[in-house]
Design a protein around this ligand. Structure first.
Ligand code: NIG
Ligand code: FE
Length: 414
């Protein structure tokens, strides 16, 4: 099917960078005012200013959509989520209000272990249906691509179950989905005193089974005090790489313990969280190919310091934004709120935030050839905004739903 979108107030993200945007480049968000966009079979095949329409599209298709007053931009790429989980954790939320810390909740069997306990008895069908509903909600909020992690299973069977659910989501959803194996999310109770044994289980049993069923694209480890050390992280990533899984890691959320060094040593596609960054960490990351993925809603929800985004951008780090959607530290996958928080609390300019949540986030999922910008040949995954005074209004008016319609592969999400 061919669809022509006309009279777009401002078509944004009309660039095709070959590397993630860094430093001053991050603030450059090119666009075309009073624009048109042509889509054929879900792919962008032409775009330009309305005055060029006759020249560029001599034969108008039947299906024409008038986008007068609307901004059109690439759909959000959410490159870090834990979308598949068995139950919400609002009781812990109340414990936190009463004064318990995230670490204290984890120590008494809450947190990840709480989710892992609920995961054991959940059926694949239930998990799929719940995740499907979440995915539908997120796509209406403008998310067109998403990375989803395992990591609430922590046994061979339950990790495989989670990854099979993600695989089924990939097969059935129009969204672009990437899958990460996060067996090293925490030590399960059975291995509380046998960390080496659990790492062996990951390497000897989980990884081969995952590779055989082709269940994951990436390997992730929670590199943190009380979880996995940098040395253990490197060991697990090396093992993952032997099965073709590139690392995308949780580092520097609570402590700076060498997670950045580990991520760079493993040539990780991305190092994510980064609430706790020393100036040395920032400098190391800026000189690497690893993308720093900032998760401001996790810092917001846990009442932690925000990621030092300004320092990182100014130092030349390539940064992306993601939601970290999960029941414990970010029970929302709303990328519009991620955008607002990044501007309000981390002082990103709206253009920087949009680039970080689109093209740079596409790089963080290695989907930059298909998604993340308005480029001929890329998928038509698009956000159509409600009429607004300027693009700055999008992060500014946090809490308002300014997303009018979302298109995935050239078709409007219902
Ligand atoms: O990315 N920090 C590690 N993992 C998740 C939270 C897990 C949970 O609390 O369920 C995160 O924030
Ligand atoms: Fe996470």
């Amino acid at each position: 099917m061919t669809t022509l979108i006309t009279h777009i107030r401002h078509l944004l993200g009309t660039h095709d960078p070959k590397k993630p945007l860094r430093g001053n480049q991050l603030a450059i968000l090119p666009g075309i005012e009073d624009a048109f966009l042509l889509i054929e079979d879900g792919i962008i095949t032409e775009f330009g200013a309305m005055f060029e329409l006759e020249l560029k599209v001599p034969q108008l298709p039947k299906n024409i959509i008038d986008a007068t007053g609307k901004y059109v931009l690439p759909a959000w790429c959410d490159s870090h989520t834990h979308l598949v989980f068995a139950a919400s954790r609002e009781d812990e939320f109340v414990d936190k209000i009463k004064g318990m810390s995230y670490a204290e909740i984890a120590a008494k069997g809450g947190g990840i272990l709480n989710s892992a306990a609920k995961m054991q008895n959940a059926s694949e069908d239930e998990l799929f249906l719940d995740a499907w509903k979440r995915l539908e909600e997120l796509s209406r909020l403008g998310t067109g691509a998403i990375e989803i992690k395992s990591g609430y299973g922590l046994t061979v069977e339950a990790e495989l179950k989670m990854l099979r659910v993600i695989k089924k989501l990939k097969e059935r959803s129009a969204l672009s989905i990437r899958s990460s194996f996060l067996g090293a999310h925490t030590y399960p109770i059975a291995y509380r005193d046998d960390h080496a044994g659990y790492i062996d289980l990951i390497i000897r049993e989980m990884l081969p089974a995952i590779a055989q069923e082709k269940l994951a694209d990436y390997i992730d480890v929670f590199c943190e005090t009380g979880f996995f050390s940098p040395e253990e992280t490197i060991r697990i990533c090396k093992a993952g790489k032997e099965y073709g899984l590139k690392p995308k890691l949780h580092v520097n959320q609570l402590n700076s313990i060498g997670g950045i060094e580990a991520a760079i040593a493993c040539d990780a596609v991305s190092a994510d969280h980064l609430e706790t960054m020393t100036s040395k960490d920032i400098s190391l990351l800026s000189n690497s190919n690893t993308i720093g993925t900032l998760l401001p809603t996790a810092a917001f929800f846990l009442r932690m310091q925000y990621q030092p985004a300004r320092e990182m951008i100014d130092a030349g780090c390539a940064i992306a934004l993601a939601s970290d959607f999960n029941p414990g530290s970010s029970p929302s996958g709303n990328m519009n709120f991620v955008l607002s928080l990044s501007c309000i609390q981390m002082k990103l300019l709206p253009e920087e935030a949009i680039n970080a949540a689109t093209i740079n986030a596409a790089f963080a999922m290695e989907l930059q050839d298909q998604l993340g910008s308005i480029t001929i040949g890329k998928r038509a995954n698009l956000i159509f905004t409600r009429p607004m005074p300027s693009i700055n209004y999008l992060p500014y008016a946090f809490g308002s739903n300014l997303i009018d319609q979302v298109m995935i592969n050239g078709e409007f999400v219902q």
